[in-house]
Design a protein around this ligand. Structure first.
Ligand SMILES: [Zn+2]
Ligand SMILES: [Zn+2]
Length: 244
């Protein structure tokens, strides 16, 4: 863990280590939740750079791969890492239309959709398309449902359905940490300009499913820095007023 794109948080109370690896053109956070004793791990959102992720988990036994949602920037490493780790991929059942839409965008435009950042990324020469001939994820997942509990060697990871950014977006709660994907960031909700997105729905998810959690709950988002529920909750009305 020496690269600036990697971060490690030690949670002594739960004997967990949380590793963040930043990957791909949208600098997606792939989170690895690992036990300090048995070295079992769950990987959240392997978005790109499979060799980097396999290296970051080289000392761990990955037991499952879980997706907060299936936008391209959260899944591109899947064909390689799922094969290397030999593990199933899990995502919420309502997420089913999203990955097929991402693939159709790629087929029709030659690149993925990065929302309002698309034109800038293409202009600066960033690649938002897989390399020619790259294997693409087949989209096969084990369906998750709201309040489902995933077990990681005695620790529990709770699935919290937080639709809005996509219909099947989930947040994953483990002890005093919640991994919110593109639902909640420091400074506001994730963007809702995409097909299948909805602003009132993401606000309802944040209000009823996330802002009901304790102030000290650490929020680890799908991009950028982490925050806490207590830091973000006072700003909900500003976000509603500005409309994004
Ligand atoms: Zn997204
Ligand atoms: Zn994202």
């Amino acid at each position: 863990m020496t690269s600036p794109n990697e971060l490690e948080i030690v949670d002594d109370d739960n004997r967990l280590v949380l590793r963040r690896v930043v990957v791909g053109p949208l600098r997606t956070n792939c989170w690895i939740i690992a036990t300090t004793d048995s070295k079992h791990a769950i990987v959240i959102d392997p978005g790109d750079e499979p060799a980097h992720l396999i290296d970051a988990a080289h000392d761990l036994a990955v037991t499952a791969i879980v997706l907060t949602h299936t936008h391209w920037d959260h899944v591109l490493a899947l064909p390689t890492v799922a094969d290397a780790w030999g593990r199933d991929v899990h995502s919420h059942r309502d997420e089913a239309p999203v990955w097929p839409h991402e693939l159709s965008q790629l087929r029709h435009h030659g690149h993925f959709d990065a929302g309002t950042a698309t034109a800038d990324l293409i202009a600066c020469g960033c690649t938002i398309a897989p390399p020619p001939g790259a294997e693409l994820w087949a989209g096969v997942t084990q369906p998750l449902s709201d309040d489902q509990i995933l077990h990681l060697d005695g620790r529990q990871i709770t699935v919290v359905h937080t639709p809005g950014h996509t219909p099947g977006s989930v947040s994953l709660r483990c002890g005093n940490h919640i991994f919110t994907g593109d639902t909640l960031f420091p400074g506001g909700p994730g963007l809702t300009g995409w097909p299948f997105s909805d602003f009132p729905t993401i606000i309802a998810s944040i209000r009823t499913r996330l802002f009901t959690l304790p102030d000290g709950m650490h929020v680890h988002a799908g991009h950028g820095h982490s925050t806490t529920i207590g830091e973000e909750r006072p700003h909900l009305h500003e976000w509603i007023e500005r409309g994004w």
